[in-house]
Design a protein around this ligand. Structure first.
Ligand SMILES: Nc1ncnc2c1ncn2[C@@H]1O[C@H](COP(=O)(O)OP(=O)(O)OP(=O)(O)O)[C@@H](O)[C@H]1O
Ligand SMILES: [Zn+2]
Ligand SMILES: [Zn+2]
Length: 798
């Protein structure tokens, strides 16, 4: 038999599977979707690959002579005992390959938990003495890699028959976590055990055990602490005690301390949506509901319905909203039928959750973008909350959008798909307009006491005179008022686009990153200047490197600076700051939110990461310090992003009985995105923005593909960009519009110059072929130092 293997060769990527002979020992044991090690190239280096097909020698080589078969190399090692990729995933990878311009190997790897993409070994263990004596030199277990091929094949057979157990040891310390338990097996043997009076510890353990029943068990570590390892070992050797290892889920922390929660009675609008979704199959819905309208409650009930039909569910939420606050709502309803897939989990924890899914133990997968690949069987419903979020698009290879994968999988399973948002992406809303998706709307808040907040725009051009620091007078008055009433305040500083920097007052010098064409950002806590692109840090200079002046001034308003201002103005207020710097540590994000939720602070100050998902009843004021920073970015979605962000953050106010107020400080009070966010009128925004997109031929009227060509040498980057441009012009029809090449808005990062090209098109049959030709350019020897990034439907132009 011959296996077709997609091999992971970083320097020579290709989709073409290579043929390898399957050694006879493994003939009945290997399957499609398993990982293998194969010798590759002249040096026969061992590479990892995936078996994507198995064919008989005659099928593979009809018409070819026998010598061809004889020159085939053999698979060196089989890495899995069972396939890690199923048929659906292999089919999906094929479909994704046509729209995500990355090689298949990177798509296949994206579907697996990290642990399976890194190097590790397997340990085989058995409780069967005959097997242990025969194959493991009398020991309990053995490393798989230490066996020869025959023995490996034999082990796979024994595993299949349930005679041995298999576990993975990750070289990256991410092995399966087990707890050791010791149980009392035989009371008679215990009572008969004769001990000398000098064996005090043994006597103590004997007495301890005599007070218990057969079957009682203890933690091994605790028992060792009480009686010592040797003593316990002695009792095990006498068959009085038995040692067992139990696998524990490391994501367990999520599941503790969650109180079960019951269905709420849906209000009429929620009911209409619930019925439409549950009474259909194979359909896509846009659930457009204002903030706090009870979308999550619908998700929960729709999932419960799917489970009652014997089906499974995927629930996607943006990474940043994946807090215990959020996941608890799912665990409270579905208990340990839930698997959580969160990037904050270690590789081992993610792997545990993945196994729960493969084993069919998990029925509901709650997770961020990559959870869309969860190998669930029999999916009944897929839900994407905050569907407009850009984090659903992966910004490295393979550049897939979770929404597209969801559409494919829903179709494959005959499942329904729900896209939920208070501010849907224009693409999605337009599709609902055309009837491709069914539109369901929730127009008021679910909690009958709660009203949408009153929003006031503060014209900072007028406030310039009475402004102290970053705040207008009215904003300060309102903060004081809320603090006096012991209500909570959320303040958002929209840092997208710029943040604090230093400048010499005498010569105007601003320090730039030497690798990237961007100014360095000031970080007061570490007293450094940091590059937000390549991570470079350097000390803050005391003298200007340009003119030696000591008049260095700090500009812009970063969260740290605003926090200092607030502390000055409200010395008694308790302030929590949430930004990339305070949330670097694992779990920090959750800790800040739960501290704020339990009233340990009066003011939560943060970047856009505070805009989503917070549901705190005592928050009655939301203040946006600078609404405009995203408006002026060179990106056609800048209005959409601004509208979405302001609407989301405003939605954090007044979610329960207490009335909410929102103040938005802006220098562009007449801009439609800001005006319409002020009235929370998504539909009006949609209409106006569509008009703008239509005039300028942008999505959703046109499709877009961005190509970025990067090289250390600017001249090479330009030359290659024109080569790519010429190739596209030749292969695409006249209908397609090509823009560029132009330098990217941030034209140099990581020591590379970046040039971009944009293709806009409505219907372009030659596109796939043309882009694959461009992709293959990177494989040419002469282009070794060249990077070409192809981004289908780019979400970010910076
Ligand atoms: N039918 C209902 N009856 C009473 N309360 C409800 C009902 N549905 C939801 N709620 C409550 O209303 C609040 C908002 O609901 P939920 O969080 O589901 O809204 P959402 O639309 O998902 O919010 P957002 O998108 O703004 O985060 C929650 O506190 C929730 O418990
Ligand atoms: Zn840099
Ligand atoms: Zn200077």
């Amino acid at each position: 038999m011959i296996a077709k293997v997609v091999v992971d060769v970083p320097t020579m990527q290709t989709d073409k599977p290579f043929s390898y002979l399957i050694p006879n020992e493994f003939a009945s044991l290997v399957g499609i979707g398993m990982r293998v090690h194969v010798p590759f190239g002249k040096s026969n280096r061992l590479m990892q690959g995936f078996i994507v097909d198995i064919v008989s020698i005659t099928d593979a080589h009809i018409g070819q002579d026998e010598i061809a078969v004889k020159t085939l190399k053999s698979i060196s090692e089989v890495l899995d005992f069972e396939p890690v990729l199923n048929d659906e995933q292999l089919e999906l990878a094929g479909a994704m390959r046509q729209t995500v311009f990355a090689y298949k190997i990177s798509i296949l790897k994206a579907m697996l938990p990290n642990l399976l993409n890194s190097s590790y070994d397997k340990v085989l263990t058995t409780t069967d003495l005959t097997i242990a004596n025969r194959y493991f030199d009398g020991k309990k277990g053995k490393r798989f890699s230490s066996l020869d091929k025959q023995a490996q094949a034999l082990m796979m057979k024994l595993h299949r028959d349930g005679k041995i157990k298999l576990s993975y040891i990750a070289e990256s310390k991410a092995a399966i976590k087990v707890v050791k338990r010791v149980s009392l097996v035989d009371i008679d043997l215990l009572n008969d055990l004769e001990l000398t009076a000098r064996a005090t510890k043994r006597l103590e353990l004997k007495q301890f055990l005599q007070a218990h029943l057969a079957g009682d068990d203890w933690s091994y570590t605790e028992l060792v602490a009480m009686f010592s390892r040797e003593v316990i070992k002695f009792f095990i050797s006498k068959n009085i005690l038995k040692l067992t290892e139990i696998e524990v889920s490391r994501a367990k922390d999520y599941f503790e301390k969650v109180t079960p929660d019951d269905h709420k009675v849906l209000n009429p609008e929620q009911m209409v949506a619930y019925q439409a979704i549950t009474q259909s199959q194979d359909k896509t819905f846009l659930l457009e509901g204002v903030t706090g309208s009870g979308k999550t409650e619908i998700y929960l009930q729709v999932i419960a319905h799917a489970i009652s039909q014997g089906k499974t569910a995927i629930m996607l939420v943006p990474e940043i909203s994946l807090t215990p606050l959020m996941t608890n709502r799912f665990i409270a309803r579905f208990g340990d039928h839930v698997a959580i897939m969160h990037s904050g989990l270690s590789d081992g924890e993610k792997y545990d959750e993945w196994r729960k899914i493969v084993a069919g133990q998990a029925k509901v997968v709650v997770g961020a973008r990559s959870a869309i690949f969860a190998p669930l069987k029999n999916i009944g419903i897929i839900i994407i909350d905050e569907e407009h979020e850009t984090s659903y698009k992966q910004d490295s290879n393979p550049r897939y959008h979770a929404r597209d994968v969801a559409i494919w999988r829903a179709k494959y399973h005959g499942a329904s798909l729900v896209l939920g948002s208070a501010t849907p992406s224009l693409e999605t809303r337009a599709r609902a307009q055309k009837g491709v998706y069914q539109l369901l709307r929730l127009t008021h808040r679910a909690n009958s006491d709660a009203q949408l907040p009153v929003i006031k725009l503060l014209d900072m051009r007028q406030h310039l005179t009475d402004q102290s620091g970053s705040f207008s007078k009215l904003m300060l008055d309102k903060i004081s008022e809320k603090l006096a009433k012991h209500e909570q305040v959320v303040l958002m500083l929209n840092r997208r686009g710029y943040s604090s920097f230093i400048m010499c007052r005498d010569c105007g010098f601003v320090p730039d990153c030497p690798n990237c064409d961007i100014s360095l950002t000031l970080h007061m806590d570490t007293k450094t200047l940091n590059c937000h692109y390549c991570g470079r840090t350097q000390p803050i200079p005391y003298r200007c490197p340009n003119c030696e002046s000591s008049q260095i001034r700090y500009y812009g308003s970063g969260t740290q600076k605003v926090e200092a201002e607030l502390l000055d103005l409200f010395p008694d207020a308790r302030i929590l700051r949430m930004d990339v710097d305070t949330t670097k540590k694992k779990g920090a994000h959750e800790r800040i939110l739960s501290a704020f939720g339990s009233g340990e602070a009066d003011i939560l100050l943060g970047t856009q990461m505070i805009a989503k998902g917070l549901d705190f009843p005592n928050v009655t004021l939301v203040g946006v310090i600078n609404a405009d920073t995203a408006l002026n970015l060179p990106d056609f979605r800048s209005s959409e992003r601004t509208f979405q962000l302001l609407t989301q953050v405003a939605g954090r106010a007044g979610r329960a009985q207490k009335k909410g107020e929102v103040l938005i400080q802006t220098f562009n009070p007449d801009h439609y995105a800001i005006q319409l966010a002020g009235t929370q009128n998504y539909e009006a925004f949609y209409k106006q923005e569509m008009e703008f997109r239509r005039k300028l031929n942008y999505p959703p009227y046109f499709f877009t593909v961005q190509l970025v060509i990067s090289h250390q040498d600017e001249a090479v980057a330009v030359k290659k960009s024109y080569e790519v441009m010429a190739l596209l012009q030749e292969q695409l029809s006249d209908q397609a519009r090509l823009l560029g090449p132009i330098p990217k808005p941030i034209s140099r990062t990581h020591n590379l110059y970046h040039y971009q090209l944009l293709i806009k098109y409505r219907f372009e049959p030659g596109l796939e072929k043309a882009l694959n030709t461009v992709l293959d350019m990177t494989q040419a020897r002469e282009n070794k130092a060249l990077r070409i990034m192809i981004d289908n439907e780019p979400q970010n132009f910076m």
